[in-house]
Design a protein around this ligand. Structure first.
Ligand code: KG4
Ligand code: ZN
Length: 342
């Protein structure tokens, strides 16, 4: 039986390690370290080679700190879970090689985790009773997915983005408005002081489960170019953009709940750190629908969610060998294609 799992996440620009320990209520988060690489800010986006190098420098002290926080040492760990993909190949390899090293040296079980499956599990770390059936909306920098989750380990893809991911749209709009990188947090802050007065389009709002954000992004670009006083318009542009994105997300979640008949939805991924999104979804849902959102620290990239998804797979008997490879486009085990829906 698994008692202590070490999780490692290095798929993009966060170096993270976490320690989960068995408790009566389920896996308990005992230690979590997340080191966000600030080397990319000046480039307004993640530079893969710099990310790999920063992971290499950070991985050992990050793991040590997570163990210290849990008051444990490597000898106490009895399984290792690591992000195997998707992500940046060089970054993934740092975490994967480290995890393999620990597993090989101590003869521990190793399990590779799909990064997005980690995001689905994140909310269970703060609410250990949370369980399927559920609808999951995963909104991150690289993905926008609406999932039907009838049971852990089984995922039906209802819809995804046809172009930009939701977080990517936040980052690009922030760049247009000269707000720096990453864009999400600064747009959220600015939007609190703005007014939704630009009447931006709500792409595909009443149309199935797929998303499209690139037309909206272009609409913001044209509005910013047409502005004669960008300084004064910035907050309203941010608010109008954010409202347009969230109107679409809220309607799709509502449609997915009606379609599945499930009583709960989980929001995950970096964009789910946005408090306004959680409020909007809670306000829009019918009575009896549970809305679960992890605290921001667990919704952004972190190793705790990887350890938690890995815990599930370890308990189900999954073990990966030392030939486990990093895969930038890793297919999601257990993900079924979308059923045909109106
Ligand atoms: O899940 P995540 O940390 O990394 C990926 O797996 O991509 O998501 C990062 C994305 C970025 O695009 C970032 O701008 C966005 O999440 N994000 C936010 C907020 N915080 C982060 N978007 C909107 N509001 C936020 N507060
Ligand atoms: Zn992520």
């Amino acid at each position: 039986m698994v008692e202590v799992v070490l999780g490692i996440e290095t798929s993009c620009d966060e170096t993270s390690a976490a320690v989960l320990v068995r408790s009566d209520e389920g896996p308990r988060l005992a230690g979590l370290t997340i080191l966000s690489q600030d080397v990319h800010a000046i480039f307004r986006g993640v530079v893969p080679e710099l990310a790999s190098r920063a992971h290499l420098t950070a991985i050992t002290p990050v793991v040590r700190q997570a163990l210290d926080e849990a008051d444990l040492v490597l000898d106490d760990v009895d399984a290792v879970a690591v992000t195997a993909g998707p992500g940046l190949i060089g970054s993934l390899l740092v975490g994967l090689c480290y995890a393999k090293g620990v597993a090989a040296a101590r003869d521990l079980p190793l399990v590779g985790v799909h990064h997005l499956e980690g995001h689905v599990f994140a909310a269970t770390l703060s609410d250990t009773r949370l369980a399927p059936p559920l609808v999951a909306l995963i909104v991150s920098g690289g993905h926008t997915l609406l999932l039907d989750v009838p049971a852990w380990g089984r995922y039906r893809l209802l819809g995804g983005t046809r172009d930009d991911a939701a977080g990517e749209a936040f980052d690009k709009v922030a760049a247009m408005l000269d707000l720096g990188y990453p864009g999400g947090p600064v747009i959220e802050r600015l939007a609190t002081t703005g007014v939704d007065r630009f009447a931006f389009p709500r792409p595909m709002r009443s149309d199935g489960f797929d998303f499209s954000f690139s037309g909206l992004k272009t609409a913001v670009l044209y509005a910013a170019r047409a502005s004669t006083d960008l300084e004064a318009d910035r907050a309203d542009l941010a608010r109008s953009f954010q409202e347009a994105v969230f109107d679409v997300l809220v309607d799709k979640v509502d449609r997915a709940l009606q379609h599945t008949g499930y009583p709960r939805v989980v929001l995950g991924g970096g964009v789910a750190c946005n408090q306004a999104l959680a409020h909007r979804v809670r306000d829009a849902m019918h009575a009896g629908i549970e809305v679960h959102v992890a605290p921001p620290r667990l919704n952004a990239d972190n190793a705790a969610m990887i350890a938690r998804a890995g815990w599930f797979h370890l308990e189900a008997g999954t073990r990966h060998g030392l030939d486990l490879d990093a895969d930038p486009r890793l297919a999601w085990p257990g993900l079924e294609p979308a059923p045909l829906v109106a």
